[in-house]
Design a protein around this ligand. Structure first.
Ligand code: 7PM
Length: 282
């Protein structure tokens, strides 16, 4: 996959979430077996997903790490099958260089790393694999990140981290056009931190790097609606539309069909559309 495929035409892209984890917080292991996971991927593809993000390492707050072989066993057959059966570009949600390598060999066209390629060997591996990478901000580690998130100025600190990390990526040989940045909603952030970051999406877009936003079904929306995870689809879709209007290049979602429709309608009906083009499209 290249930048033209991913970010052409200035349209906000939709990344569908496919969990290959037995303990993921909203699907509860529904899609752990290959067959149902593949059916779900085909459904997302038919619903208009631009990318399908496959992850086998739960990043749930408090979660432990998954052993390498287990992650490979969960993810690689699915990457292969989804690539073959849907033709939709696959992104692999992993922090392990071995999984990145095996996934790209099996057809994945993008790397989505919540650790922003800080694992030993990840940066070099991603550069060598020559696919787009999403680098995400996280304070702390999944095990304890939600215990007491602290910032002086969350927006500046997250921006500074992502720009520094993007610089490291470029230095390692990843072309700037292959770098996507993500503020990491819910990853070591209080409700107010998440709110401040969402309101600051245009500042992330102003960096010129494409911005990926992942708020689907997250606690930010639970707090705003007082609804449990299973009942946050409408809230997620509203947030997706706003993130797109703020300039996000890609939205990571559970509810692909609904989000694709909502973005289409918002794009056609928005009064002020494209008076200011998203930075990633200039
Ligand atoms: C429990 C809590 C399970 C949170 C799963 C999650 C992002 C991501 C995730 C994101 C990027 C979820 C998250 N979130 N990758 N992976 N950005 N780039 O809601 O916001 O899926 S895992």
């Amino acid at each position: 996959m290249n930048r033209a495929v991913l970010f052409a035409a200035g349209q906000t892209r939709v990344m569908g979430i496919l969990n290959a984890t037995p303990d993921s917080f909203s699907d509860g292991g529904l899609w752990t077996a290959l067959e149902p996971a593949l059916r779900h991927a085909v459904h997302m593809a038919e619903s208009g997903a631009d990318v399908i993000d496959i992850g086998g390492e739960s990043t749930r707050p408090g979660a432990g790490e998954v052993p390498l072989q287990e992650e490979l066993d969960r993810v690689i057959p699915l990457v292969e099958a989804v690539t073959r059966e849907t033709g939709v570009p696959v992104s692999v949600d992993t922090s392990k260089p071995e999984v990145m390598e095996a996934a790209v060999k099996s057809g994945a066209g993008m790397i989505n790393d919540v650790f922003a390629l800080r694992r030993e060997g990840a940066l070099e591996t991603a550069a060598r694999l020559d696919v787009p990478v999403c680098i995400m901000h996280m304070q702390g580690r999944p095990r304890d990140m939600q215990q007491e998130p602290r910032y002086h100025d969350v927006v500046s600190e997250v921006l500074r981290f992502l720009l520094a990390r993007a610089g490291d990526c470029e230095e390692a040989g990843i072309p700037s056009g292959n770098i996507v940045i993500d503020p990491g909603f819910g990853f070591g952030k209080s409700h107010q931190h998440n709110m401040d970051l969402f309101h600051a999406i245009p500042r992330f877009c102003a960096t010129g790097y494409p911005v990926l936003i992942g708020v689907s079904r997250k606690s930010l929306l639970g707090k705003l609606t007082s609804r449990p995870v299973a009942d946050r689809a409408a809230a997620s879709i509203a947030a997706a539309v706003l993130a797109a209007q703020a300039g996000a290049a890609m939205i990571r979602v559970h509810d692909v069909a609904e989000t694709v429709d909502a973005l289409k309608v918002a794009r056609e009906l928005a009064t002020l559309r494209y008076e200011t083009e998203p930075a990633h499209n200039r």
